[in-house]
Design a protein around this ligand. Structure first.
Ligand code: 5CA
Length: 437
């Protein structure tokens, strides 16, 4: 993509309303624009990051055996009356009336709707287990939407729902998601620690939040230092095998969110206790028959008796993750995207667009990178070098490839790794080889 043609509305000034660094950079680097409190439009650069994150989340869900579907954003209130949550949810739920005076709502989550789907289609224990998920916009009329996409009112969530015939099966599903979450966040370049958590309005008696440490995080958390060092399960993890040892390894050390914290246990850890603030990027719940019982989602069990389906739900804050990645990876000059989520892999800077030879080389490099399938943002604008460098640092692409007339004469280009600031003068071929990895 040529920057001269790209829609990248960079802000020079730091917006006054942005209190945390990710919000500031998301506005300044032209990733999002606020439509109203807690509701954002995703501009082209931000949308590419959102889609990259979504793709990794999807890939790990599929690998764990979950199947993707898509439920609507607008749901009928009657399902929520059946579960008893229509009144419980209070003002956080956006309630809508259609032209026939039917009560509808913009889904804050989907337990009811998925339970309705399962009860009409799953009749026998032989159809279980199943894990179904979608990646869909949610609306919660939060009291205090803040920190940009971190606590939005409209936000993108990946939510998975598991269906099993008994507790042992439900625990296997829970473990699959637990492992899939460890892998997902690691692939996004994040260290996310599973912590025992309150289950809140979703309910149930087993739940873990996945927390990324950040000074600006909304959650207060406590954990054993050892958790920071455990290796995440690799590509060879077998989802059909016994995952309990992996889950045990991660849940044995003390780790909890503030509302579940036991100060005595914390004190007993001494120096090993890490007390920090964090961002909740995922939350998994086992809640058994909390929805299936009142909504009569039953299957015929092995002995011919009807049993309520054992369920769990598993959420990842996809749009929140864009903010979380920035909180975890930035410096004073701007964002530092991990390779896996970067909107473009390379920022190509033409230092002198009115120099025909220089532009010829840049155009040629642009073509070669694209031919290799490498996403490149080509700064072909007539602007000062300093301004171009500042823009590239702000938008945080992993590689910068800088080409000017002087370098060309010496047969060299400069590449800079955004994360380390390391610069190298290389021949063009050597530079392209580095970028291609
Ligand atoms: N139904 C369950 C799991 S599928 C559920 O709704 N869980 S949740 O309430 O914990 O939300 C799942 C994830 O969505 C959270 O871990 C968080 O990362 C993200 N999330 C929740 N509320 C917001 C919000 N207001 N803005 C941005 N992300 C949010």
């Amino acid at each position: 993509m040529r920057l001269s043609q790209y829609f990248l509305p960079i802000l020079k000034e730091t917006p006054a309303e942005a209190q945390i660094v990710s919000h500031r950079y998301m506005l300044r680097a032209g990733l999002v624009r606020q439509a109203s409190a807690g509701i954002y439009s995703w501009l082209p650069l931000g949308f590419r990051v959102l889609k990259n994150i979504e793709a990794i989340v999807r890939d790990e869900q599929n690998r764990a055996g979950a199947q993707e579907l898509l439920m609507p954003t607008i749901q009928p209130a009657e399902l929520w009356r059946e579960s008893g949550r229509y009144d419980d949810y209070g003002k956080e739920m956006l309630r809508i009336t259609d032209r026939h005076d039917r009560d509808m709502l913009f889904g804050p989550t989907n337990e009811e709707l998925i339970t309705d789907i399962s009860r009409t289609s799953i009749r026998s224990y032989r159809q279980l287990p199943k894990m179904l998920y979608h990646i869909q916009w949610k609306f919660r009329d939060e009291v205090r939407p803040r920190f940009g996409v971190m606590r939005g009112r409209e936000f993108l969530m990946k939510d998975t729902y598991s269906f099993d015939v008994d507790f042992a099966g439900a625990k296997r599903s829970y473990n699959k998601m637990f492992v899939a979450y460890l892998r997902t966040f690691a692939r996004l370049g994040l260290k996310a620690i599973p912590m025992v958590a309150e289950s809140g309005p979703i309910g149930g008696d087993m739940s873990h939040e996945f927390i990324v440490f950040a000074k600006t995080g909304e959650s207060e958390v406590f954990c054993h230092r050892d958790l920071l060092e455990i290796a995440v399960p690799g590509d060879d993890v077998n989802y059909e095998g016994d995952l309990q040892p992996i889950v045990d390894r991660w849940t044995a050390p003390y780790a909890t969110t503030g509302d579940k914290h036991d100060p005595e246990k914390g004190k007993a850890l001494g120096d090993a206790l890490v007390s920090a603030r964090g961002i909740e990027v995922g939350h998994i719940f086992y809640f058994g028959s909390k929805y299936s019982k009142p909504m009569k989602a039953t299957v015929v069990g092995p002995d011919g008796e009807d049993v309520a389906i054992e369920m769990g739900s598993y959420g990842i804050g996809v749009s929140r993750l864009v903010g979380a990645v920035i909180e975890a990876s930035h410096d004073d000059a701007g964002i530092i995207w991990p390779d896996a989520v970067a909107p473009f892999a390379v920022g190509l800077i033409n230092l002198k667009v009115d120099d025909a030879a220089c532009t010829q080389v840049c155009d040629d490099v642009y073509g070669r990178l694209r031919a290799k399938g490498i996403a490149v943002l080509y700064d072909d604008r007539d602007d000062r070098a300093g301004a171009k460098f500042a823009t590239m640092d702000l938008i945080g692409l992993p590689w910068q490839l800088v080409i000017g007339p002087r370098g060309i004469k010496a047969g060299q280009v400069e590449i800079k790794r955004r994360a380390t600031g390391e610069r190298q003068d290389l021949t063009l071929d050597a530079a392209l080889a580095q970028i291609a990895g």
